[in-house]
Ligand binder design. Structure first.
Ligand code: NAP
Length: 237
């Protein structure tokens, strides 16, 4: 039975999406980097898990080869793994280079190589790819320049696949705004984000699931990006 593959399945949005698919009785596959109670629980529920650090090109290529061999048919490839890393004012050039390489490894090379590896499986099931980008891909944050640029690269890559692999494979992006603050967000940052979000709250992960379900059901959308941001992209910094 075809299934869904989610990168970054072990926590937060990836975990929420996995839980929803499991509740529907779907076969779920996923990538994680760090083992946790959550990944153990997913494995016990029948999720086939693959460990991989995407910043290691050797690990990425090995994973891609395994997936090509082990998944003959796939309904959905969901690119979710991410690293929300910012520039330090005092970074050296070496540190800037490493930051850019990590951002591109997570948001460009991993989606590129996994999409290529799973293209035959997606074609077999007339499946789809959904990439989680960010409203910042089109509205670059001054303090997260490499992150934003790499998410923009992801968005452009997905449009390329949408054009290249139609009509067999549909490819879309979801661009979230403030879904759920990370522990490192300060109270002041949280207040500033909410003040500049017209709907005035964090969205949580459910609104993204609702868009995933819509994209799965609607067979006349490809190459599109849907914002799920409480209106945040309407406001300037
Ligand atoms: N949360 C928000 O408000 C928000 C806003 C805009 C966009 N987004 C986007 O929505 C998606 C989900 O957000 P989130 O907040 O749930 O993300 P998150 O908590 O930062 O989770 C990121 C996932 O990426 C994985 N990951 C990190 N470094 C990795 C590496 N080197 N190799 C492989 N995997 C790695 C993590 O795996 P491990 O846990 O195993 O390390 C984790 O499962 C992301 O694409 C993010 O950019 C989120």
């Amino acid at each position: 039975m075809p299934g869904v593959f989610i990168s970054g399945i072990g926590r937060r949005l990836g975990l929420h999406l996995a839980e929803q698919f499991l509740a529907q009785g779907r076969q779920v596959f996923g990538q994680y980097r760090r083992a946790s109670e959550q990944t153990e629980a997913l494995a016990k529920r029948g999720v086939r898990l693959y460990q991989c650090d995407f910043t290691d090109a050797g690990q990425l290529l090995a994973l891609a080869e395994r997936l090509t061999a082990e998944l003959p048919s796939l309904d959905l490839l969901l690119h979710n793994a991410s690293l929300f890393e910012g520039e330090s004012e005092h970074a050296t050039l070496n540190e800037h280079l490493a930051l850019g390489q990590r951002a591109m490894a997570l948001h460009f090379h991993a989606p590129q190589i996994l999409s290529e590896a799973l293209q035959p499986a997606l074609r077999n099931a007339r499946g789809q790819i959904i990439a989680i980008t960010d409203i910042y891909a089109q509205l670059p944050r001054p303090d997260r320049r490499a992150y934003c640029a790499s998410k923009a690269a992801l968005s452009c890559l997905m449009q390329g696949y949408a054009a290249a692999w139609a009509p067999d494979i549909r490819v879309n992006c979801i661009a979230p705004g403030p879904l759920s603050f990370l522990p490192e967000h300060s109270e002041a940052q949280r207040a500033q984000v909410l003040a500049s979000t017209p709907l005035g709250q964090e969205g949580g992960f459910e609104p993204v699931w609702q868009v995933v379900e819509m994209l799965l059901a609607n067979d006349f959308i490809t190459g599109e990006t849907l914002k799920v941001d409480g209106g945040r992209s309407l406001s300037a910094w």
